[in-house]
Design a binder for this molecule. Structure first.
Ligand code: CA
Length: 239
């Protein structure tokens, strides 16, 4: 795995066991970490020394971590926030995403999974800031979404998408690597007064997957986050 050496990761987590094992593991991978346990300290750390990425527990002793996600989205829009959440807290995931987090991992998480997501978000951020990914043509490995031409290609071959399928893939691509909630997708791709079944969303995603040559049960570029939404990966995951 390519690690962004020296990238600064701010860990906001009041469970000290989790925080210290994260700090140790990420430190061993070449990240510079700092850890805080409260909303107040997180705000201080953000103001003093903005990190490159934030790992955020939402349940903090002095308040709701979502306020940190909102602050980062407002003041440091380029800094990805990954929410650390307990399995039972699906509502928290949605709350975190609505507050501006780009992703989440469920506790207890596998460190390899979290490191992969951190590396992927930092890589994507670098690509964005260096202008590799511009707004008009979004390149995600061998998948290219050409927004002005409304065309999608895979390995250089055109993928024939219907208009709503294109809109949906484009919407996911604009937030590649981030989880986009079902509500957001339906609002943006259909419209807010849309009253049809939300199954339509899943049908469209499955159709896009087929057109991208992904068979049922195969690894997909579009990850389903059950009950929450979908995430278009920066690159296809290896089986
Ligand atoms: Ca907590």
């Amino acid at each position: 795995m390519v690690v962004d050496m020296g990238a600064r990761v701010l860990i906001v987590e009041d469970d000290e066991l989790i925080a210290s094992s994260l700090a140790r593991a990420l430190g061993a991978q070449g990240y510079e970490t700092s850890a805080v346990t409260t909303v107040a300290d997180a705000e201080g750390a953000l103001a003093e020394h903005p990190p490159d990425l934030v790992l955020l527990d939402l349940g903090l002793p002095d308040g709701d971590g979502a306020s940190i996600a909102r602050r980062v989205a407002r003041d440091h829009a380029e800094v990805p926030v990954i929410v650390l959440t307990a399995r039972s807290e699906e509502a928290d995931i949605v709350l975190g995403l609505e507050a501006g987090a780009v992703d989440y991992v469920v506790k207890p998480f596998r460190l390899a999974e979290l490191s992969a997501r951190i590396a992927s978000h930092l890589r994507w951020r670098r690509a964005l800031t260096s202008g590799v990914a511009d707004d008009d043509v979004i390149r995600l490995g061998d998948l290219v979404v050409d927004r002005p031409a409304r065309r999608v290609s895979l390995h250089g071959n055109d993928v024939a998408l219907r208009p709503k399928e294109f809109d949906l893939l484009e919407r996911l691509a604009l937030d590649a690597g981030a989880v986009v909630s079902r509500e957001q997708l339906i609002d943006d791709v259909w419209d807010e007064n849309w009253w049809g079944s939300t199954k339509t969303l899943d049908v469209h995603v499955n159709s896009i997957r087929r057109k991208l040559g992904e068979g049922a049960g195969e690894p997909s570029r579009i990850t389903t986050i059950r009950g929450v939404g979908y995430r278009l990966e920066h690159e296809r995951r290896e089986p």
